[in-house]
Write a protein that binds this ligand. Structure first.
Ligand code: CTP
Ligand code: CA
Length: 226
């Protein structure tokens, strides 16, 4: 019914969306992550589906249940999300990476990732060493073909425009949506977002604080300018 009431301007488009946080286990019970709720990506997925798209979601740990006609691959860590997203990308017409991917993961302690690190086995607080995770969005950009459209986010605490502009060019994006992650009403785990949108033609827009459901709808609307 929702779908029948919406414009079908994305009919037949195959859309890949990454969303949610990733969780990087250190040992059997401890992990590194962030407060992403997955709401921005879930809103994008539902909006695209309502507009007629064929949607494939690659979701990190989050509480959403999607309509049965949205295909969902659930993952935990960044490497798993990387593999799932890259797998589907050749078949997709567009992708939007809304996931808050951990840039680093812990190097497993001597007990191994499958066991619990015990205080008794240590001399004092352990030192956690980190290693880099693969950049999913960058990899999609590197493998992008001419007909494909790639959208990324930029989570920032500083000036939005220069950071967004760097991410747009470095990751070969068609559109970047930048948001401040250190102000209320915007960013991780908020129901609303206030974003700056920059596209490959140099068009810049500042959108006011809006519900993430509305931001999602407007992002798909913006594709008409590309
Ligand atoms: N991203 C990704 N894989 C990663 C890191 C980021 O796909 N390993 C994607 C995010 O989903 C987002 C975009 O890249 O669409 C920008 O993420 P962000 O964290 O803002 O930027 P980074 O490129 O990771 O750089 P930094 O965190 O240092 O600002
Ligand atoms: Ca990052």
């Amino acid at each position: 019914a929702l779908r029948a009431l919406s414009p079908q301007d994305m009919a037949g488009k195959r859309v890949l969306i990454t969303l949610g946080p990733t969780r990087e286990y250190w040992d059997a019970i401890r992990y590194l992550s962030n407060p992403s709720s997955g709401l921005m990506g879930a809103s994008l997925a539902v909006a695209a589906w309502m507009r007629g798209a064929q949607v494939h979601v690659v979701a990190g740990p989050c509480s959403f249940v999607f309509p049965p006609s949205i295909r969902v691959t659930r993952v935990v860590g960044a490497r798993e999300m990387f593999a799932a997203a890259n797998d589907f990308w050749p078949e997709a017409d567009m992708a939007c990476c809304a996931a808050a991917v951990c840039d680093f993961r812990p190097v497993p302690p001597p007990c191994g990732i499958g066991n619990k690190l015990k205080k008794r086995d240590l001399d004092g607080p352990p030192v956690m060493e980190l290693e880099a995770n693969p950049d999913i969005l960058r990899s999609l950009g590197q493998n992008k073909r001419d007909h494909q459209t790639l959208i990324g986010f930029a989570a920032e605490t500083g000036d939005l425009l220069p950071q967004a502009s760097l991410k747009l060019t470095e990751k070969r994006l068609d559109l970047v949506v930048a948001n401040k992650v250190n102000v209320p009403g915007s960013g991780f785990d908020a129901p609303t977002n206030a974003v700056l949108v920059l596209d490959r033609n140099g068009r810049v827009e500042h959108w006011p604080e809006l519900p993430k459901t509305e931001v999602a709808w407007r992002i798909w609307d913006h594709l008409q300018h590309l």
